[in-house]
Design a protein around this ligand. Structure first.
Ligand SMILES: CC(=O)SCCNC(=O)CCNC(=O)[C@H](O)C(C)(C)COP(=O)(O)OP(=O)(O)OC[C@H]1O[C@@H](n2cnc3c(N)ncnc32)[C@H](O)[C@@H]1OP(=O)(O)O
Ligand SMILES: O=C([O-])CC(=O)C(=O)O
Length: 373
């Protein structure tokens, strides 16, 4: 399944070791600590997978109950953080809000030594949905929400805060699957950012803040929002085909397709596509899902390119009434587990990451006095 990896962008170069995941190697193509992502998505709740990634093993029922209880108790936000969130305008990008929220949390609840890393990671896992929804509801609806819900899951907590009511079972289930699919992916750009930062022995909030910035771009996590913006313009499957052909003729990059490592398919796509179809039936959609399927067919036929994890996430989130600009922040709520585990792994066997560059600039030359330039 692996493709020939070479060229710019450090493609194919081994930049370190990890015991956290394999991409394009075994199972369906993606494994977390030896478990196939399909197996995890079919059989686990997200909190079980977070426990696997952060603590090293799938939890027993008692461990899961205790872990959830711990996370429930960490959902609240300090007043100073709420004050900062209230000052961020409604037209800010939610990824910037999360980046600022994470950074502010690091000021208020500093990681003073690496012995606090597990608690710091759990704290972020528990309160990132609170941060994004507190800002969103305050800036868009003018309400100061109570972020300490009794929802069982992180995904349920997020949907509850966003919509002001508990989600139905189907939506909570889709959130579990989505958060599992996005949780970890080896040395992708945002994770590598976190590891580079960790390699300087920086604090965990700095590592995660940097990673959020890297995930934001449309070539990485931002692709789910860009995909939604595109499919929303198409009024039918035929219209989608016509427009896609025009985009391809103009050599436009189509967000939500292709991958830096996978060559034939992204194993996460089949899973989220199935849930998107289920949600489409649930809401009676006759446009967005068929449009998405046609885009997939056209890209395969014309370019041999396949949907990555982001493409069908767009329609799935949309069917759950999640605003497009909150799509990538959901990715953060999940990938935080992978990032934090990579920070811990880097710290456990560290050497500062400092590659070299081929110099392509001027030859050595003297400084001309300023009066003669
Ligand atoms: C969760 C995630 O982060 S998954 C990735 C999300 N990102 C996207 O969906 C953005 C769209 N996709 C892309 O830009 C790319 O496929 C990336 C960034 C994911 C991978 O980049 P690369 O490893 O450089 O891609 P790859 O080497 O396979 O590209 C081969 C060719 O296919 C083209 N190609 C790749 N993806 C696309 C696309 N989505 N649309 C159109 N053409 C594409 C490239 O331009 C390249 O053509 P070229 O040789 O003429 O320049
Ligand atoms: O691995 C990558 O390059 C991007 C990706 O799919 C992810 O981070 O989930």
């Amino acid at each position: 399944m692996g493709k020939v990896l070479a060229g710019a962008g450090l493609r194919g170069q081994v930049a370190g070791k990890t015991a956290l995941s394999t991409v394009g190697k075994s199972g369906s193509g993606l494994t977390y600590r030896g478990y196939d992502v399909k197996d995890l998505a079919n059989n686990c709740q997200f909190e079980e997978v977070a426990h696997l990634i952060l603590k090293g093993a799938l939890p027993t029922q008692a461990e899961l109950d205790a872990y959830k209880k711990k996370l429930h108790g960490m959902r609240g936000l300090p007043q100073a953080l709420k004050d900062v969130l209230e000052r961020i305008p409604a037209d800010a990008h939610p990824m910037d809000v999360l980046r600022t929220g994470c950074s502010m949390l690091g000021n208020l609840e500093m990681e003073l030594d690496f012995g606090q890393q597990q608690d710091a990671a759990d704290r972020m896992l528990a309160c990132f949905p609170s941060i994004i929804c507190y800002w969103y509801r305050f800036s868009h609806d003018g309400v100061r929400i109570d972020v300490e819900t009794d929802d069982d899951s992180i995904g349920g907590h997020f949907l509850h805060l966003l919509h002001g009511e508990k989600p139905n079972e189907l939506h909570e289930q889709v959130m579990h699957v989505s958060l599992i699919l996005y949780a970890e992916h080896e040395f992708n750009a945002s994770t590598f950012t976190a590891r580079v930062c960790a390699s300087t022995l920086s604090d965990i909030h700095s590592c995660i803040t940097g990673a959020i910035g890297s995930l934001r771009g449309p070539l990485h996590g931002g692709a789910n929002e860009a995909a939604m913006d595109m499919i929303q313009e198409f009024t039918s499957a035929d219209h989608a085909e016509e427009q896609m052909m025009l985009k391809l003729a103009k050599k436009e990059k189509i967000m939500g397709f292709g991958h830096a490592v996978y060559s034939e398919s992204d194993p996460r796509n089949e899973i989220i596509k199935g849930w998107s179809e289920k949600l489409a039936k649930d809401v009676g959609d006759t446009v967005l899902y068929p449009v998405s399927v046609r885009c997939e067919e056209v890209m395969k036929r014309e370019k041999g390119l396949f949907c990555n994890a982001d493409f069908f996430h767009a329609s799935a989130y949309h069917f759950m009434n999640i605003p497009t600009k909150l799509f990538t922040p959901i990715f953060v709520m999940s990938r935080l587990t992978g990032w934090a585990a990579h920070v811990m792994e880097q710290r456990a066997d560290n050497r500062i990451i400092r590659p070299s560059a081929d110099y392509i600039g001027e030859e050595l030359r003297p400084v001309t006095p300023i009066s003669e330039r």
